[in-house]
Write a protein that binds this ligand. Structure first.
Ligand code: NOJ
Length: 508
């Protein structure tokens, strides 16, 4: 077992493994559990505290695993339960925690419950879903799917519609149905019994829907940011998560939940991490904020204030499998690369828990894939208007050159750009100017428990102390003076001054 103290999640760095794209052990072009196991030493050396695996359960793959057909098994594409146990044992032997992804808002349309529900309208499993009669010749209400189009699909055999906030292959569960709650308690225990250190909960704010299914205003982009979803974020969730927390506590106090709570208002988010509820909630402030000192400062303050008021740690995220890669989002090319390096030092100096997304430490850019290569349901459901999320899901270049780059001996499920030879782990390892070495050093020096305090700093900059370490970031267009002290790490060249789009950690 990992050897850190309890409440380890309060200042951990967790690495998100997008299972399909991390490492392929059998040459089919798709990543798998055995591939991940073979690369655990890399994660140990990188210096993270643990990893979160995206769904690896049996799934038809309509949303690449976020459509689960069986919550207590491993998809043969990714391995077996024995492979999972071996991966978990090796992770623990290396002192790494392991979280799995639980997807309780919806199942796959291939899940036995949904098949039963379609096959026989009187089957009790039908009550696990939202089947409702239509209205005026159309769906029961005007709700739209986060992936585009209506959120309702007709069940032709009965004339009722069923609800899906995502793809039609992802029918939503009705959490007011007691059997759903009981089933998920069993699923949690199944993985806890196997020894997992916790769960990332998919769309954790969405499980219960207002029972009147009232109309909601049209979503504002970005669609994931769901404060307008007034029929979600229901009070029942807090009771549910108190129950889940009690289950985690039965396993000795070191197991944890992090909820994907996609709400903008941090006081609302904080309600999910009150004592006795979830341990952590994702904070997407860094991911959504402009590259602007004032905007970032106020969103960091808002997060720390709201979560601090309930005694919960903050979490910080720059990238994940749903969002454009940071170097591209922050301006692309040289500029984006510089900013992403500076953002990395900001991320890893903030108090709380940080999540890294695979490939972030290699400064991978969003890939502009040809439309024929795209697989994301968002691309198909919007008729190509939205390109979707494949560009941030391209497999990891480990070494050498294409097509496999050490990720696979076969053909990668999404093409890896031929120009990525110099982005590979092997090409960056040992190069002091590389993104990989910047991350390694930052993870080594990163403050964990030191107190946080803002410091005065010039216009268009942010500065804060963690004990005697000051993190300063220059968002402006002019260089600024550095605080007096020793620069222990910087995202770019500094010689007494901090250039634009650069961050430094200064021991004062
Ligand atoms: C959020 C996940 O991060 C995303 O990848 C997925 O498509 C949706 N939830 C639906 O499960």
């Amino acid at each position: 077992m990992p050897g850190q103290s309890s409440a380890w999640w309060r200042s951990a760095v967790l690495y998100q493994v997008y299972v399909r794209s991390f490492a392929d052990s059998d040459g089919d072009g798709v990543g798998d559990l055995e591939g991940i196991r073979s690369r655990l030493p890399y994660l140990r050396e990188l210096g993270v505290d643990g990893l979160w695996l995206t769904p690896f359960y049996p799934s038809p793959g309509a949303d690449h695993g976020y459509d689960v057909a069986d919550y207590v098994d491993v998809d043969p594409r990714f391995g077996t339960l024995a492979d999972f146990d071996a991966l978990l044992a090796d992770a623990h032997a290396l002192g790494l925690r392991l979280l799995v992804d639980i997807v309780p808002n919806h199942t796959s349309s291939e899940h036995a419950w949904f098949r039963n529900a379609l096959a026989d309208p009187s089957h009790p499993d039908r009550a696990r879903y939202f089947f409702r009669p239509g209205r005026n010749g159309g769906p029961p209400n005007g709700w739209t799917s986060a992936f585009g189009g209506t959120a309702w699909t007709l069940d032709e055999s009965t004339g009722d519609y069923y609800l899906h906030f995502f793809a039609p292959e992802q029918p939503d569960l009705d959490w007011h149905e007691e059997s759903v709650r009981r089933s998920f308690e069993e699923i949690l225990r199944f993985w806890l019994d196997r020894g997992v250190d916790g769960f990332r909960i998919d769309v954790a704010h969405a499980l219960y829907k207002a029972q009147d299914l009232h109309e909601m205003p049209e979503p504002e982009p970005p669609t994931w940011h769901g404060d307008w979803l007034t029929a979600l974020d229901q009070p029942e969730l807090h009771d549910l998560y108190r129950g889940w927390r009690r289950i985690a506590e039965e396993y000795g106090g070191e197991r944890m939940f992090v909820g994907e709570i996609v709400l903008r208002n941090q006081e609302t988010v904080a309600r999910y991490v009150r004592p006795g509820e979830l341990h952590l909630a994702f904070d997407f402030a860094l991911l959504h904020s402009e590259w602007d000192a004032g905007a970032l400062r106020s969103s960091i303050e808002e997060t720390l204030g709201a979560l601090g008021a309930v005694g919960a740690p903050a979490t910080w995220i720059l990238e994940n499998h749903d969002r454009t890669r940071a170097p591209t989002r922050l301006g692309g090319g040289e500029l984006g690369a510089r900013r992403a390096r500076a953002a990395a030092l900001l991320l890893l100096a903030l108090p709380g828990t940080a999540f890294l997304y695979e490939g972030q430490e290699l400064a991978l850019e969003e890939v502009d894939l040809p439309d024929e290569a795209r697989e994301d349901p968002i691309f198909f459901r919007t008729n190509g208007r939205e390109k979707g999320r494949d560009g941030c899901r391209v497999p990891i270049p480990w070494e050498g050159s294409g097509p496999g780059f050490g990720f696979t001996t076969g053909t990668p499920w999404l093409p890896i750009p031929s120009g990525w030879e110099d982005r590979s782990v092997a090409a960056q390892a040992g190069d002091p100017g590389s993104a990989l070495e910047l991350y390694r050093r930052a993870l080594e020096l990163r403050p964990r428990d030191e107190p946080f305090a803002w410091r005065e700093s010039p216009e268009n900059t942010l500065a804060f102390a963690r004990g005697d370490l000051v993190c300063v970031v220059n968002f402006g267009t002019d260089e600024v003076a550095l605080p007096a002290g020793e620069v222990v790490l910087a995202s770019g060249a500094t010689s007494g001054v901090l250039p634009p789009d650069t961050a430094a950690w200064v021991r004062v």
